[in-house]
Ligand binder design. Structure first.
Ligand code: SF4
Ligand code: SF4
Length: 412
């Protein structure tokens, strides 16, 4: 079956019932059927059957999908919406010419700099230097960043501390249960070194030796969602080869919910092999692991709001695991749970700033309703989006990864 026929066979499962419409964030914002799951599926069917041309307008309706997959979760016909979109985008890229625009050139360049292992080290080191020397403020004031279209990306970056230089192996510090391999994601070591360190420490404390293979590369999710299936497949093959070499690892544990979803769905790419170790998100792995009895937590008398990332909820379907983990901490008062898209959505916050900002504001206003001390988020992209949306002040809640919080609360 060729790709068009394959996509149509998946899309034809949609019975146009519309049950997904109230769940779709872009439909809620625009009230436009073309910005809904049912509408997008109909556009794809129209294009692939030759009734519609792949115009810029049609492409834009597809591109404006957040790929949050909330629609997939509620669909009674189990339409594989994510796969339909990824396959369609790859076909669109193959069959149509994209027009040049400065904004997408800058966005693509930024992503290349961030997602390539070697380039990202150089790029983020330069930004770190600019932050440290105060030159950042100067570039912002002179409007230099605006000229290059980089101001939005830069405004999302946290204070850049020294990145973690991981070792190849971290031995268990408790009764040994086995070894696992860690997938850090391409940006975590640079942008969230605290979370990487906390995860390794906690896994060691639970009795697991942790491999962090240096040859691992980007998971390829953003490339796939942009229609670059070839690059996504190359990355997938490299990761599969790398992690399959760790023959004594029972699991491949991934630190970023979005990356875990992509690793789990490598079977949708034409890879040369598949993972031997079982792929688990750090949240799933910690929730399912047996915890040694000597691990006790300090009570936390704080008001907490929880943001559940779309990838954790709609793809991994593991929100109950996140809740179970957080509830290990005594006294923590969980007042708010927000489970709709925050608008970060991979590179969406750069490509569609207006829609992204509207979703960010909705998320912040809901999460802030109970004046929390902490906002928990288990996905790096969502955490950066929320931080960017919180006005800085004395009562600004801290955005924290659940693993960092757990590790902080352990009685040493
Ligand atoms: S819920 Fe499923 S079957 Fe119904 S319109 Fe949406 S995608 Fe189609
Ligand atoms: S993936 Fe999200 S934004 Fe896209 S159609 Fe489904 S619900 Fe709407």
């Amino acid at each position: 079956m060729d790709t068009s026929a394959y996509i149509l066979s998946l899309a034809d499962r949609c019975v146009k019932c519309g049950l997904c419409l109230p769940q779709c964030p872009t439909y809620a914002l625009t009230e436009n059927e073309n910005e809904s799951p049912r509408g997008r599926i109909a556009l794809i069917q129209g294009w692939l059957t030759g009734e519609l041309s792949p115009t810029d307008t049609l492409t834009q309706h597809l591109d404006q999908c957040l790929l949050c997959r909330r629609c997939e979760r509620v669909c009674p016909s189990m339409v594989p919406y994510g796969e339909i979109m990824d396959q369609s985008k790859a076909l669109l890229v193959e069959k149509t010419k994209s027009h040049f625009s400065w904004q997408s050139f800058v966005t693509n360049l930024s992503l290349k700099l961030l997602l390539n292992k070697k380039l990202s080290v150089a790029f983020i080191s330069t930004l770190r230097l600019l932050q440290k020397t105060g030159l950042f403020v100067l570039t912002r004031k002179t409007g230099l960043l605006q000229i290059f279209g980089l101001q939005r990306l830069i405004s999302y970056l946290p204070r850049l501390d020294k990145p973690v230089k991981t070792k190849n192996f971290y031995p268990a510090t408790n009764t040994i249960k086995g070894n696992i391999s860690l997938f850090t994601g391409c940006l975590s070591k640079q942008l969230d070194p605290v979370m990487v360190n906390a995860s390794i420490k906690l896994l060691n404390r639970l009795g697991y030796g942790v491999y962090v293979p240096g040859q691992q590369v980007c998971c390829g999710a953003l490339h796939l969602h942009e229609g670059n299936k070839k690059q996504a497949t190359t990355y997938a093959n490299t990761n599969i080869n790398t992690f399959n070499k760790k023959k004594d690892s029972s699991h491949l544990v991934s630190l970023v919910n979005g990356c875990t979803s992509q690793l789990r769905e490598y079977s949708q790419l034409e890879t040369t092999a598949s993972f031997i170790p079982e792929v688990k998100d750090i949240i799933e792995f910690l929730a399912e692991a047996e915890w040694p009895e000597d691990i006790k937590f300090k009570p936390l008398d704080k008001k907490v709001a929880l943001q559940i990332p779309c990838s954790l909820q709609n793809i991994l379907r593991a929100e109950d695991k996140l809740l179970a983990l957080i509830k290990r901490i005594p006294n923590l008062s969980l007042d708010t749970i927000y489970n709709r898209c925050c608008g970060a959505a991979g590179s969406y916050f750069l490509r569609f700033p207006m829609l992204s900002d509207q979703l960010k504001e909705q998320a912040i206003s809901r999460l802030n309703q109970t004046s929390p001390d902490l906002i928990i988020s288990s996905n790096l992209g969502c955490a950066l989006q929320l931080k960017a949306g919180l006005s800085q002040g004395k009562n600004t809640p801290q955005v924290i990864h659940p693993v960092v919080l757990l590790e902080q609360q352990i009685i040493q």
